[in-house]
Write a protein that binds this ligand. Structure first.
Ligand SMILES: [Zn+2]
Length: 257
């Protein structure tokens, strides 16, 4: 028997009464559970197996089975404040979908678990609370998704060097003058010279905020999209990230938050 904290990445109907739940566990990486009777109102698991929930699950490991049975599931954090915010929920869904589709299978994923747990907690923090949780208080909610993308690139071996100009090799002072998502290259002001930068000012200001760890990004969608393009170039997204469509709709409804 294994007892592990888990973040629910995805859930879909298996029959009239059952769910299949894919969860990122702290101990065993991504695990697929079959939850018989999970759709019934009197299910003992209640919200513990809802997507984006942080829970403690007990299950029996079986390397020969693709689907495992959940013995117990206890909700630790449903992330209520995050769920009340459509844009934050959309960002959380993109993060969970990227982990589900692109994290390595069949291996423990402690780094991915830790990054996702912290990102969800930071998105869940009410706007006016800055001291409740010291580990997340430093990250403004608008920076969370971009910071997570930066950290996941790092974890998966595609580290971005935001400090160094790719052309002259010198440290970049202030905001970078350009960014190329195909290569992850940053360019300094003197190397850019009179060239027109390909990246928007909002994108570059966002990278500067991430590099210095100071201040909320005013228009995070530009930096988020630049990081998604960079990740896509490295991983080779053959399949579309479905939840990005929902995120783009949410961005139109709630610009600049
Ligand atoms: Zn340079």
């Amino acid at each position: 028997m294994i007892k592990s904290r888990a973040i629910v990445l995805h859930r879909y109907a298996y029959s009239d009464s059952s769910w299949i739940v894919k969860a990122l566990t702290e101990e065993c990486g991504i695990v697929s559970f079959i939850v018989k009777g999970g759709k019934r109102k009197e299910s003992p698991f209640k919200g513990a197996l809802d997507p984006l929930a942080l829970s403690e699950v007990v299950f029996r490991e079986n390397p020969n089975a693709e689907l495992l049975f959940v013995k117990e599931a206890t909700l630790l954090d449903w992330h209520k404040d995050m769920r009340d915010d459509l844009l934050k929920t959309a960002k959380a869904q993109v993060m969970t979908e990227i982990v589900l589709r692109y994290a390595p299978a069949g291996v423990p994923l402690e780094g991915e678990f830790s990054l996702l747990e912290n990102a969800l907690a930071a998105l869940d923090a009410p706007a006016d609370s800055d001291s409740a949780n010291p580990s997340t208080a430093k990250i403004p909610p608008s920076n969370v998704f971009a910071q997570w993308l930066l950290d996941i690139c790092d974890l998966w071996g595609y580290t971005l060097d935001m400090h160094t100009c790719s052309r002259c090799g010198l440290p970049i002072e202030g905001a970078p003058a350009d960014f190329h998502p195909e290569t992850g290259a940053f360019v300094c002001k003197s190397c850019l010279g009179i060239e027109t930068p390909r990246a928007r000012k909002e994108t570059l200001d966002g990278f500067y905020a991430l590099r210095t760890g100071q201040g909320a990004i005013a228009h995070p969608e530009f930096t988020e999209n630049a990081l998604l393009a960079y990740l896509r170039n490295h991983i080779g997204f053959l399949r579309e990230i479905n939840s990005l469509k929902f995120l783009n709709e949410a961005r139109k409804l709630f610009p600049a938050t």
